[in-house]
Design a protein around this ligand. Structure first.
Ligand code: DAH
Length: 347
């Protein structure tokens, strides 16, 4: 076979092989097999030297033309394969805009926070302003100024956690109730009238059960001024309960004892679970206690900077977790600090 015939066959073969190529790796292999320095075309062209001198220019030109043809075919094939690869990539990560979107997870307020804000709303409309006071307290504020000198037996109701302090420093503890806040609010306002609520966290050294936690919230309230009477206290608390639990909710006052009030009461709501018939949640009494209250003791008024002969006042302290339990039918207070999303997502 003449050199030119061999060249024609090689060209034909190369173009046919190129047709079959489906990816860029195979294309690179094709390139080095036919057009590379050691490729088929270069090897064949070595035969040019053996041709008679007068045939060489024509044959050389034919070799150049064949190389040009193959290079152009390579370029076209490469462009085509790249286009296809791009198309595939595009199709692979195409977004289906007709799919329904994923709903973003929306955060929400903790049920205690919701209850606190409801309480602020109702008492705010009655003219009570929100005050804050410290969670770490002195023995003086948590007990003494509230009419509980050291060794007063009533302190047994409020065992707590103590903070280590240097000898000679005042005793520090985690407050057992929001009542010490009364003193701050009084001292900031005396001798003027005041209506304030003091929300916040309290702590007790408690046996933790379905009804008792060692951390919980309270909302303390005080109203001080001339001629404030026990009927004002009753009217305020009944109106408050009706706003929270609906008109017609059954409530009752029971005589009680707190060192910082005289007289003292506890305020109950009819049990949500058994509607008064008696059940496990209400300890078969039909009632659930939601707050303690009373007329502020003259000693406490004096400690707050007021003259008990000139003014009087009432105070109350309520437990928002208890109240949320009543409102939503929650039967265990430990849920509130569990951080369990299955619980939290229900509110
Ligand atoms: N501090 C009381 C407690 O934690 C609750 C309380 C009772 C608050 C009577 C008051 C009150 O302001 O007048 O048990």
């Amino acid at each position: 076979m003449s050199l030119i015939d061999q060249l024609n066959q090689l060209e034909y073969e190369a173009l046919a092989a190129l047709e079959q190529i489906a990816d860029l790796t195979a294309l690179a292999e094709w390139k080095s097999a036919y057009l590379g320095k050691q490729g088929a075309l270069s090897r064949l062209s070595r035969g040019l030297g053996a041709l008679p001198a007068e045939e060489r220019p024509v044959a050389g030109a034919r070799f150049n033309a064949a190389r040009a043809t193959l290079e152009q075919a390579l370029e076209r094939a490469e462009a085509q394969l790249k286009r296809i690869a791009r198309q595939h990539a595009f199709e692979a990560d195409q977004v289906d805009v007709t799919l329904p979107g994923r709903a973003p997870a929306v955060g929400r307020l903790h049920p205690t926070t919701q209850m606190l804000r409801t309480i602020y709303g109702i008492l705010g409309e009655m003219g009570f302003q929100v005050w804050e006071s410290p969670e770490v307290e002195t023995d003086e504020f948590n007990f003494q100024l509230l009419n509980m000198p050291p060794d007063h037996p009533a302190r047994d109701m409020w065992d707590t956690f103590y903070v280590e302090t240097a000898p000679g420093e005042p005793t520090l503890l985690l407050r057992t109730h929001t009542s010490p806040g009364q003193i701050y609010a009084m001292r900031a306002n005396a001798p003027n009238p005041v209506r304030a609520i003091l929300p916040g966290k309290c702590y007790r050294y408690e046996q933790v059960t379905a009804r008792h936690e060692m951390q919980f919230y309270q909302v303390e309230g005080i109203a001080i001024g001339e001629q404030i009477s026990f009927s004002d206290l009753k009217g305020t608390l009944v109106a408050f309960a009706e706003r929270l639990y609906g008109k017609g909710v059954k409530t009752r006052f029971r005589p009680s004892y707190f060192p910082f009030t005289e007289p003292s009461v506890e305020f109950d709501i009819e049990c949500f679970l058994c509607s008064g018939a008696g059940c496990r949640v209400c300890k078969h009494s039909g009632w659930l206690e939601i707050l303690g209250a009373g007329m502020i003791h003259p000693t406490v008024l004096r400690n707050g900077g007021y003259d008990p002969d000139a003014v009087s006042g009432f105070a109350f302290g309520m437990g928002p977790e208890r109240m949320a339990m009543l409102r939503y039918g929650i039967d265990d207070i430990r849920w509130f600090f569990s951080g369990d999303e299955r619980f939290l997502q229900q509110f």
